[in-house]
Each structure stands twice: as structure tokens, then as C-alpha cells.
Design a protein around this ligand. Structure first.
Ligand code: LLP
Length: 466
């Protein structure tokens, strides 16, 4: 197959910025890093022709580029090693996309895994992730989930008093102390960033800043708990660096406070939140820039307070996997509303990507079989679900498309599969992992049998056949 570098893609992908192999920050690109166009004018990813992939595996199809995912993992891992003089660990926030293959890739790059449910814990363990690299988050873990986490020996990020008390009871029956971290609400007053202010006043997550002394003193008195560190997460899809810089100072203040309350902790987890480029107008900082700001902030804040450097943990999700995946759909019906809009409908929608209908998120699309064709039509890309709001892109330019054409939505790696549903009893799609011209199934397409697997029909409802 003949391919050209991603940077030379024309028309449909003219919005691709220049990138160099030495320093790509995947979150700054609309396409996976291996995207190219072959001699048939088809989009290729990981050396695989996207149109061929759809023929082979059907659609909708999540296409995950291994090289892009691994590049982002290494950028995070190596970035912390480069900018932080102390110990560091990057843990992948697997809520962005939790499945066996993705957990295995992240773990093979030396990352830990952030999990938020018994199901995510189970998946990570089945993928072979070492339990000392598992961090269990969540604001309402059940007693069963906590018990599983204790047995599995992962770190539990304690969110509230109820959980703390449940854990003290569980720890009464364990041989070794249970390893925990405490999630605290940062309460950063930062008037230019609404999400932080909202998080401070309204957040359902973490201990309230007013309660720090009480929490620290209580935890310090629990022989059954080994409190390793403190955690905060300020939000997601963030493009500014200031909030995280502010966070480092607030968190170093917590370290000081904890030590004074008799709870000397040794780890600081600053959460995730770095944004990615979904459309041309998005301009997120690079992974390296984000890391540099955080590392310098922590070092400075600890020096000022004469504190030893903690082990520094970050837990990115979206910026690790978001740009590594695209979703390929097949075009079906089209509806022209004269003088208003043309709807091009695809064979998926809010069941495989609920983000547009949930957050009014914006996406970019390309026609995979005619990458250099002129963009002659302005259309809406509609999903197939029975909701008027099931529109993947409200307005985009495309070449003329026909039923059967392959349309690709970019940047669907994060919070797409993980938030997918069976709405309208639509089976969830397959996902393939592509690399060096090979595609491996990592998620099998659901079948109709899968859809009724958990259904039960009481005898009295059985419809007698004549
Ligand atoms: N750590 C914690 C405690 C989190 O709650 C999250 C995301 C992360 C890390 C990872 O954040 P990221 O690096 O991915 O921004 N469904 C929404 C996003 C929800 C984010 C939830 N928490 C979306 O589709 O935009």
C-alpha cells in the first residue's frame, strides 16, 4: 500500500497541523498520528485502509491506533521523569475507555490504572495489571466494591466520611493496614475558570476543605489505614494551565497541614483533565507543557514550605486515548430540507457516542474513501436513533456522499465506548486495534443474542404458538 505522511493530507484533512515524529503530542492533533492517505485516496490508520476495515469488520467500528496511544503513554511517563526530580507515576483514568486491551497497553507502558467501579477493577485485574498500580476512585463505592479492592490490594482513594468509616470496619479484619489516599475538594478561587469555582461550591466529590483538620486527625488515629497521599481532580477537557498550577500550591498546603495533624503523607495525585483537539478551533497545551507546569509547581510549592518532594501521580484519561481512535460509520439515508439543511444519516449515533447529545460536544468528520475530494456540501451528520437530538455533527463540510460511503468521526477514543449504550436495542460496535497494517479485534460486536442474554420471560407471559 502506498501512503503519504499525515501532514500532507489534502482537503478533508487540511486542518492537520504539522507534526514531527520526535515530538508529537497526540492530544493536539485531530487525527491519530499514523493517519495517511493511500493511492486509492482512502484514509489509512495504523497502515490499515479504513474502508477495507469497515468491509471486513462492519460498522460502526471504533478504530484504535496503537502507536498514538503508546506515544501518549510514553509522553506522560517520560515527561514526568524529565521534569520531576522525585518519584512519579502516571495512572490511566480508565473511565475514558476501559477494556482488556486498553488496560493491557497502558500497563505495558508502565502506567497504573485508575478505576471507579468493581467492573473496572475486575477488567483491569483480568488484563493482568499489577494491583499495586491500581487506584480505586468513586464517591459511592459499595461495601462489596471496597471489600474487593482490599482483597485485590489496590490503593483506595477515599472520597467521604461514610466510605472512611466503612473502610475502618473492613480494616479491622485485615492483616495489613489498608492503603488509602484522601480525595479533597481543592476550593481554588480562580475567577477566570468557572469549572473550578463550581467544583468548589457544588462538587459531590471529596472531603470539604473545611473538614481537613478533622479528617487528617481521624485518619492519623486509624492503625488499620495506611494513608499514602492526597488527591484532587479539578475537571476535564481543560485547555488552561493556570488551574493546575494553582492546584499544585493548594495541594502542597494540604501536605503541610496533614503533617501538622500527625499524618505525614508521601504521595500527591493531581488528577487528570488535560483537553484534546476535537475541532480546528481547539488549541490544547501539549502533554509536555502540562507536565512541566505541574512539576515545577509542585517543586516550587514544596520548596517554599520546606517539604520533602512527594511521589507525584497524575491520572489523565482523555489526553491519553481520545485522539488515538476514530469511529467509522456507513452512510445510509439522506434528507434534504429545502433551504435549511441536509441530513446525512449514519448507522450509529448516540448509542456509540453519547457526547454530542450529552454535552453538545463538537466533532470533525472526513469521508474515508475520498480524502482529497473537494468539500462541496454543508450537511448535518445524523445518528440513527429515535431522538431528534441524535445528531453527531450539526454542521460540517464534506464531499458529496452516497449511501454506502464510509464516514469517519475523529477523536472518539475517550468517553465514547465507555459511555456507549444499547439504546433502541442497537448492539454495541466492534473495536479494532490497528498497527503496522494489522487489525486485531479488541471488542467483539454485540449480537442480537447478547441483547436478550439478560432478559427473562416469566412463563405466564410466554405467547403460545398456535
Ligand atoms: N481523575 C478523576 C478523579 C476523574 O474524575 C477523571 C474524569 C479523570 C481523572 C480523567 O479526566 P480526563 O483526563 O479524562 O479529563 N464523560 C465526560 C468526561 C467525564 C470526566 C470524568 N472524570 C466527557 O465525555 O467529556
Amino acid at each position: 500500500m502506498v501512503s503519504t505522511p499525515a501532514a500532507s493530507l489534502q482537503n478533508s484533512c487540511q486542518f492537520l497541523p504539522e507534526w514531527t515524529v520526535e515530538d508529537p503530542s497526540p492530544n493536539q492533533f485531530l487525527m491519530p498520528l499514523t493517519a495517511a492517505v493511500n493511492s486509492q485516496d482512502h484514509l489509512t490508520i495504523g497502515g490499515c485502509d479504513v474502508v477495507d476495515l469497515v468491509q471486513q469488520f462492519g460498522s460502526p467500528l471504533y478504530i484504535l491506533d496503537e502507536q498514538t496511544l503508546r506515544t501518549a503513554c510514553r509522553q506522560y511517563r517520560d515527561g514526568f521523569r524529565h521534569y520531576y526530580p522525585g518519584e512519579s507515576l502516571v495512572i490511566y483514568a480508565s473511565k475514558a475507555w476501559n477494556c482488556l486491551a486498553v488496560c493491557a497497553i497502558a500497563a505495558s507502558e508502565g502506567l497504573g490504572i485508575d478505576i471507579v467501579s468493581g467492573g473496572e477493577l475486575y477488567t483491569a485485574l483480568q488484563a493482568g495489571v499489577p494491583s499495586d498500580r491500581l487506584y480505586f476512585h468513586g464517591n459511592n463505592k459499595s461495601r462489596d466494591e471496597l471489600q474487593q479492592a482490599v482483597v485485590a490490594n489496590c490503593t483506595i482513594v477515599v472520597d467521604n466520611w461514610f466510605e472512611l468509616e466503612t473502610l475502618v470496619a473492613i480494616a479491622a479484619n485485615t492483616e495489613a493496614p489498608v492503603r488509602i489516599m484522601l480525595r479533597l475538594t481543592p476550593g481554588i478561587e480562580c475567577h477566570t475558570h468557572d469549572y473550578i469555582r463550581t467544583g468548589h461550591i457544588d462538587s459531590k466529590f471529596g472531603f470539604d476543605p473545611d473538614q481537613l483538620d478533622e479528617v487528617f486527625t481521624f485518619v492519623a488515629q486509624q492503625p488499620g489505614l495506611d494513608c499514602a497521599g492526597l488527591h484532587a481532580h479539578i475537571g476535564s477537557q481543560i485547555f488552561e494551565l493556570n488551574p493546575h498550577q494553582d492546584l499544585t500550591d493548594v495541594m502542597a498546603g494540604w501536605l503541610d497541614k496533614a503533617a501538622q495533624a500527625g499524618l505525614p503523607v508521601r504521595e500527591l495525585d493531581i488528577g487528570g483533565g488535560l483537553g484534546i483537539r476535537y475541532t480546528e478551533s481547539d488549541d490544547p497545551p501539549s502533554i509536555h507543557d502540562w507536565i512541566q507546569v505541574i512539576c515545577e509547581g509542585v517543586v516550587r510549592a514544596c520548596e517554599t514550605r520546606q517539604l520533602p518532594l512527594p511521589k507525584l501521580i497524575a491520572e489523565p484519561g482523555r489526553s491519553l486515548i481520545g485522539s488515538a481512535c476514530v469511529t467509522a460509520y456507513t452512510v445510509g439515508s439522506q434528507k434534504v430540507v429545502p433551504n435549511l439543511r441536509t441530513y446525512v444519516t449514519v448507522d450509529g449515533g448516540m448509542s456509540d457516542n453519547p457526547r454530542p447529545i450529552t454535552y453538545q460536544s463538537l466533532y470533525r468528520a472526513v469521508a474515508a474513501s475520498q480524502m482529497s475530494a473537494p468539500l462541496t456540501e454543508t450537511v448535518a451528520i445524523a445518528g440513527k436513533h429515535c431522538e431528534s437530538g441524535d445528531i453527531i455533527i450539526q454542521e460540517t463540510t464534506l464531499p458529496t456522499t452516497q449511501p454506502g460511503d464510509t464516514l469517519v468521526i475523529l477523536g472518539t477514543g475517550a468517553y465514547n465506548y465507555s459511555m456507549a449504550s444499547n439504546y433502541n436495542r442497537v448492539p454495541r460496535p466492534s473495536a479494532v486495534l490497528v498497527q503496522d497494517g494489522e487489525a486485531s479485534i479488541i471488542l467483539q460486536r454485540e449480537t442480537y443474542l447478547d441483547l436478550i442474554r439478560q432478559d427473562r420471560l416469566p412463563n405466564r407471559l410466554a405467547i403460545a404458538s398456535e
